[in-house]
Design a protein around this ligand. Structure first.
Ligand code: F6P
Length: 532
């Protein structure tokens, strides 16, 4: 473990507090652009195929300099190096955190031999399955939840343009029987491959769905479970006990929410093929190199992590919204919810001391332009300030150039409107045909005023290739590492999910017995009603 101070115990933190009190809390983006014609260039960064415009954030040179001091004081670079070197930075489980090794070229990171043995074997298997004439497989059903589901769930639709047309991917995660019923509808056992994806191979939802899948397979004439069931797990014995012979393993130093680069990526590889899967890994590795080698001043994940701390702890902002202007990235907000909230939703530091400051923001969002017609109203005129991230693709894979121009114009316009706002004086001059004829013009103008000065970041990807997507996801992983390290929390455990699991195990038999003894009044009442 690298000895490093918690962010709030550094001089840089105190200096940031003073700066915030004296001036930064009144920072105005419109003034900042008016006085600095080079603001866009100063606050734009590019690395590993990802362009990031940070200029519409509530930050100036003084705040940034102090945040960089904070990163140095918290020894961010030494902590980052400890992660890449395989130090046991997941202290509560005494584990290394080495998802970066999964995408490193052979020989350049720890565990290279075992990683590449599984990767090569898995990708050879993938190519055999993708030969539909020979394998007969037309459908792949991935059964997994959390990190064993969400990675493949974002990547497969995002790379739709690269997917094999005659192989359809289905995802089953929820223990709600509707989920598996919907996925299985219309499938034939002889054409279907089930991937049972679970790091532990004990997760209730996944094991329950795996058993249903096996029953369905046998009940509908399936004859060779060995050919039609494959497991991706660290628990090879449990997979064998379940009766699965083809298993692709990974290791306890791969966190579930960081596991899409491991065997958990099998459904991705099945969809996009070996070459594209390797490109996805290469893109993530390119971002790893950027994170490892670029000075803090231009290091995108570090700058974004610092900005996250600036917003959460100084501006007191409680959430961050994700707006991918790409329909293929529709599950990105859900993926980032797990990545950030499961990693940094912690209330004690690595020493177990209660934190006197806030940690993970709420992460949420929808693809643009859909979100605009749902909740953007609140982003523009609500009482909360919510930083938003626009993700734009410059050149799409489709041919609808006019649609794409509209999509991009919408994204830019929203960021512009959030920043510029509209004063009451401007609003009063508008002609508003839909307004009530009887309302006072001044009152109407107040309804139609936008405060502006609402921050956003815009990412531009040239083309959403496997490489670019790998880089984007790795950027988010490292950014979460940075804010977690500044807060001095363990971003790699998830004890918060345990209590609910234990209580569920206690409740399950009560659904049969009706025994409500020892339960609180509400749970007992609800149990009774659900059993009636
Ligand atoms: O319950 C939380 C969690 O452990 C996640 O961290 C993980 O991604 C998910 O459950 C699934 O776990 P597994 O891959 O072991 O089935």
């Amino acid at each position: 473990m690298i000895a490093a101070p918690r962010c709030d115990r550094t001089e840089a933190w105190s200096a940031l507090e003073s700066l915030f009190e004296t001036s930064a809390s009144r920072f105005d983006l419109r003034e900042a652009f008016a006085v600095d014609p080079h603001r866009f260039e100063t606050f734009s960064f590019e690395s590993a195929g990802l362009f990031a415009d940070l200029s519409k954030n509530l930050i100036d040179g003084s705040a940034l300099a102090l945040l960089i001091d904070l990163a140095h004081a918290c020894r961010i670079e030494a902590r980052r190096d400890a992660m890449f070197a395989g130090g046991p930075i997941n202290t509560t489980e005494n584990r290394a955190v080495l998802h970066t090794a999964l995408r490193a070229p052979r020989g350049s990171a720890p565990h290279g031999e075992e990683i590449h043995e599984v990767l090569d074997r898995m990708l050879a298997y993938v190519e055999r399955v993708r030969d539909a004439e020979a394998s007969g497989i037309r459908h792949v059903v991935n059964i997994g939840i959390g990190g064993s589901d969400l990675g493949p769930q974002i990547v497969v639709p995002a790379l739709e343009a690269y997917c094999q047309r005659d192989l359809q991917l289905h995802f089953v995660s929820n223990v709600d029987g509707h989920d598996i019923d919907t996925a299985l509808r219309g499938l034939k056992p002889s054409e279907t491959l089930f991937v049972i994806a679970s790091k532990t191979f004990t997760t209730q939802e996944t094991m329950s769905n795996a058993r249903i899948a096996r029953e369905w397979f046998l009940a509908n004439g399936g004859i060779d479970t060995r050919k039609h069931f494959v497991a991706t797990t660290t628990n090879i014995e449990a997979a064998a006990e379940f009766g699965i012979e083809t298993t692709f393993g990974f290791w306890d130093w791969v966190g579930g929410r960081y596991s899409l680069w491991s065997a958990i990526g099998l459904p991705i590889a099945l969809a996009i093929g070996e070459r594209n899967f390797r490109a996805l890994l290469a893109g993530a590795h390119a971002m790893d190199l950027h994170f490892r080698e670029t000075p803090i001043e231009r290091n995108l994940p570090i700058l974004l992590g610092l900005l996250d701390v600036w917003y959460r702890n100084f501006h007191g902002l409680t959430s961050r919204s994700i707006a991918p202007y790409h329909q293929g990235l529709r599950r990105l907000p859900a993926y980032l919810q797990q990545l950030e909230m499961e990693s940094n939703g912690k209330r004690v530091d690595v020493d177990g001391e209660s934190l006197p400051f806030a940690t993970s923001p709420v992460i949420w969002g929808e693809p643009g332009t859909n979100g605009q017609h749902a909740y953007f109203q609140m982003l523009h005129q609500g009482t909360e300030v919510i930083p938003i991230e626009f993700i734009l693709e410059r050149a799409p894979a489709h041919v609808h150039a006019d649609s794409h121009r509209k999509l991009l114009a919408n994204g830019l316009a929203q960021a512009q409107a959030l920043m510029l706002g509209k004063s009451a004086d401007e609003a009063i001059k508008d002609t508003v045909p839909t307004a009530s004829a009887s309302i006072d013009r001044g009152v109407l103008a107040r309804h139609r005023t936008f405060p502006g000065n609402r921050p956003s970041t815009t990412f531009i990807i040239d083309r959403l290739t496997p490489q670019a997507l790998g880089s984007l996801i790795a950027m988010y992983e490292h950014r979460v590492f940075v804010s977690g390290a500044l807060w001095n929390i363990n971003s790699f455990d998830q004890w918060g999910v345990e209590l609910g699991k234990a209580l569920c195990n206690d409740l399950l038999p009560r659904f049969d017995s009706g025994d409500a003894s020892g339960l609180d009044g509400s749970t007992a009442g609800l149990l009774k009603r659900l059993r009636s």
